[in-house]
Design a binder for this molecule. Sequence first.
Ligand SMILES: [Mg+2]
Length: 175
Amino acid sequence: MSAALPGNWHPRHRAPQPGPVVLLDLDGVIADAAHRQRFLHQDEPDWTGFYAGVSADGVIAAGRALAASVAAELPVLILTGRIDDVADATRDWLDVHGIRWDMLICRPPEEDDDARHAVDYKREEIARLRALGFDPRLAADDNRKIVAMYEDAGIPALYIPSGYYDNSQRYDGGV
Ligand SMILES: [Mg+2]
């Protein structure tokens, strides 16, 4: 692997070798972001407030166990919708809380918070991963639309209910 990784990809140590990988979402799967959801559930979402609290997130024990359970030869890639501005704080959080991870992928800094839907962002990151030889074999997310996207992309995906999303409308085949 050359050093030519996208700027929003942050290896923990050395860049993972191309090949099979596992993709895990962070907020609502490993990080307990419930205390920050109130910043989004208002007329004008307060993204600054939302991201300011990431270091105070608790750990979702089942998510940490899920990451720890991945076979050692499979790199764990944390594919999060968090903006790249909080990549350093996120790396620290992952290490402080003993999360197994090999590379963190955040939303590129040139993206506005809501310039692309999270589904499109993650779909495009999958395409970039595959173009560099990474082969996602399993994914987990707390957003049903993203789980559906993974399935459309041929990646088996676990849905982890966090309660952060309105799931009153069940997945009907669209995104
Ligand atoms: Mg999430």
